[in-house]
Design a protein around this ligand. Structure first.
Ligand code: SAM
Length: 270
């Protein structure tokens, strides 16, 4: 499992080059993309397409080659294979067939973004891509919002504004949003702001919506606790309604933050 660059073709380890050079076959997502990287480093090796839609069949081919004593490397288009990328099914199949799987660490957009985010959180949760449907996305954000850790998301440019709008609508506005755009590339940009300012930041400049993104949201602020009246309203609603509806109605009635009410409702229910 060989990590490859996120953009800057020099971001490849000496060991990765050595392994790719020695490989009898390189399994990759997009053969044209990987050939470009290999040519940059003067490497010629047969390539085999292994992507989301053929991972199982491709894994069978890899296993046959490994059984024949061949050396096989697996890469994805960018970063670390298996991280929001194909690879996990092939790894499982190859290991189940009795072969060794060796990770070659290197670039991953999530880790690169975290290293330059400057957030105080000691922990992070890698959430990858959020659901594309608005309702599912919002409930996933609500669920993740309770986790006591910074949240790390991948997002595509055509959905970046919707996702940031949902993060800002659902999570506490004082959380910090870090946008890491085009990491290791010409227009690399890393910006931090209060989450509430995220939608305006993206709306202010078309260029900010271009390229590849990692979004990081700092962990939840310390809970203040609800006042007695809010607790009473929430408990009364919770006796009659499901958690989500009770929290939503309690937010409308009392003006307290929906996310906090939702967390408290979950506690009360438990
Ligand atoms: N396996 C990769 C890794 O280890 O980071 C992730 C692959 S995933 C299909 C692609 C997503 O990763 C993009 O949509 C973006 O969210 C993030 N990404 C990849 N390259 C990036 C870059 N140069 N700058 C910011 N985000 C990037």
């Amino acid at each position: 499992m060989v990590a490859t660059p996120l953009g800057n073709l020099d971001d490849i380890t000496l060991r990765a080059l050595e392994v790719l050079r020695a490989a009898d076959l390189i399994a990759c997502e997009d053969t044209r993309h990987t050939r470009h990287l290999l040519e940059r480093h003067g490497i010629r090796a047969p390539l085999l397409a292994l992507h989301e839609h053929n991972e199982n069949q491709a894994a069978d081919k890899l296993i046959a080659l490994l059984a024949d004593g061949k050396r096989v490397a697996l890469v994805s288009d960018a970063g670390t294979p298996g991280i929001s990328d194909p690879g996990a099914r092939a790894v499982a199949a190859v290991r189940a067939a009795g072969h060794k799987v060796v990770p070659l660490p290197g670039p991953s957009a999530a880790i690169a973004a975290l290293s330059a985010a400057g957030l105080p959180d000691a922990r992070f949760l890698f959430a990858g891509f959020l659901p594309t449907k608005a309702t599912a996305r919002r409930s996933e954000i609500e669920r993740l919002g309770a986790v006591p850790a910074a949240l790390v998301f991948y997002e595509a440019p055509h959905r970046i504004e919707e996702t940031v709008a949902d993060l800002a609508a659902v999570l506490e506005p004082q959380r910090t949003l870090v946008v890491a755009r085009e990491l290791t590339k010409l227009f690399e940009q890393i910006a931090s702001m209060p989450l509430a300012d995220g939608p305006a930041w993206f709306a202010a400049d078309d260029n900010r919506r271009r390229g590849e993104f990692v979004l990081i949201v700092s962990g939840p602020p310390p809970r203040q606790g609800l006042d007695a009246e809010t607790e009473r309203v929430l408990a009364a609603l919770l006796a009659e309604l499901p958690v989500k509806q009770a929290a939503k109605l309690a937010a409308t009635i009392t003006g307290a933050a929906k996310n906090e009410l939702y967390q408290r409702a979950l506690e009360l229910k438990a």
